[in-house]
Ligand binder design. Structure first.
Ligand code: KG4
Ligand code: ZN
Length: 376
């Protein structure tokens, strides 16, 4: 039952628990961040070399209620001040999704608030529209359509973002996500999990031209990705050394060579995606051509630089939200909730979390600033 007297333009609570980050945030109706908190479960999973779903779900359950209380306090708000609760309801690890969306539904029911079941990928996709987020790097307000390159540990895809709930997938990985490839490569090189940042640091000391590793899909039509062959090639190079005896300088050269291969592949795939996006939206004025990179891998300096060059060459501006909003967080979930609520798109409390939930299956609208694709 919903409290009709409540101010529908009040603040929105967002909750994120789809993987190994427990996060809560409160945004006002204009998207101003009133409070945010993220707890990464690195310590819980590190000894296993990856995320253990059951441990993740238990950790969300242990930390989420207290975290929501603390963001409410930080924002100086009570439950009765909120206008809605939004939570990631998929895709992701089902245990965590049940914890976060279940908590949100319970709160919505108890407080008579609307509930928004947020698609985690849509949350990543809409983050760039947070007012003022991209500063001088992008138009003051990011209008639809734009190209999203989502590169994280769980996702790797190119998407034309055409409105709230309106996504056209241009391509994606046929095997590993790019962050997953970084993590597996780092493990082969004896680096700790999560491997991406450690591999980037090691690569800085190595020679990227030393090992000619494969560049899967390079030059191939379309915008798909593949990383498993690159990982196998790296494994074979590592296997040439006696077990446990990979010298540090060799490891650095392998890391640099691996990263160079990933950079080349991502740059090539982005250039194809930009061409596909431009063909889909031929009437988009030059100054409005925007590409957004998101996900933990967008934190990689060499990758950011290469993507910016490719975008510029194609007449696009590349915008990358700050790293804390590129990686999993609840600000993006609350913002996606706000975007949906503005269109009257709240969800029934019966909505079940979904471990798989492709963006293309969402419903929505063009929204304010939205525009239909010029070509189908
Ligand atoms: O977006 P994210 O926090 O979580 C999801 O996977 O959804 O991304 C984490 C991924 C991990 O695979 C991590 O190794 C990778 O992003 N990553 C990096 C860097 N920082 C994080 N990969 C390459 N270079 C980095 N600097
Ligand atoms: Zn994510």
């Amino acid at each position: 039952m919903q409290d009709r007297s409540r101010d529908p333009s009040g603040p929105v609570l967002g909750i994120e628990t789809s993987c190994d980050e427990t996060a809560a945030a409160i945004l006002d109706a204009d998207g101003r961040i009133l409070a945010e908190a993220v707890l990464s479960q690195l310590a819980e999973h590190a000894s296993f070399g990856g995320v253990v779903p059951e441990i993740a779900a238990r950790a969300h359950l242990a930390h989420l209620p207290e975290m929501v209380g603390s963001v409410l306090r930080e924002a100086g708000l009570r439950w009765s001040d909120l206008a809605a609760v939004a939570a990631s309801a998929g895709p992701g690890l089902i245990g965590g999704l049940i914890v976060g969306s279940g908590f949100a539904k319970g709160a919505a029911l108890a407080r008579g608030l609307p509930f928004v079941a947020v698609n985690h990928l849509e949350a990543h996709a809409l983050t760039a529209r947070l007012p003022g987020l991209l500063g001088d790097a992008a138009p003051a307000s990011v209008a639809f359509p734009y190209l999203l390159l989502l590169i994280s540990g769980g996702h790797c895809q190119c998407v034309a973002v055409e409105g709230v709930g309106r996504y056209h997938r241009l391509g994606g990985t046929v095997d590993d996500a790019v962050g997953e490839a970084f993590d597996k490569a780092a493990k082969l090189l004896g680096l700790p999990w999560p491997g991406g940042p450690a591999l980037e640091r090691l690569a800085a000391a190595g020679d990227p031209a030393r090992y000619p590793l494969p560049r899967p899909m390079l030059g191939r039509a379309g915008c798909d990705f593949s990383f498993s062959g690159l990982k196998t090639a790296l494994a074979q190079r590592v296997a040439a050394f006696p077990p446990g005896a990979l010298p540090r300088d060799e490891a650095a050269d392998l890391a640099a060579s691996f990263q160079a291969a990933v950079v080349a592949v991502l740059a090539d795939r982005l250039s194809h995606a930009l061409a596909a996006f431009a063909a889909r939206h031929p009437a988009l004025p030059a100054g409005r051509r925007l590409a957004v990179a998101a996900g933990g891998v967008a934190a990689n300096g060499a990758i950011r630089a290469a993507l910016a060059d490719v975008a510029q060459a194609a007449g696009f501006t590349l915008a990358v939200p700050p790293v804390r909003l590129c990686t999993d967080n609840a600000v993006m979930v609350a913002w996606a909730g706000i975007e949906r609520l503005r269109l009257g798109l709240a969800d029934p409390l019966e909505t079940a979390p979904r471990p798989r939930w492709p963006l293309e299956t969402l419903s929505g609208a063009g929204g304010p600033g939205g525009s239909p694709p010029e070509a189908a």
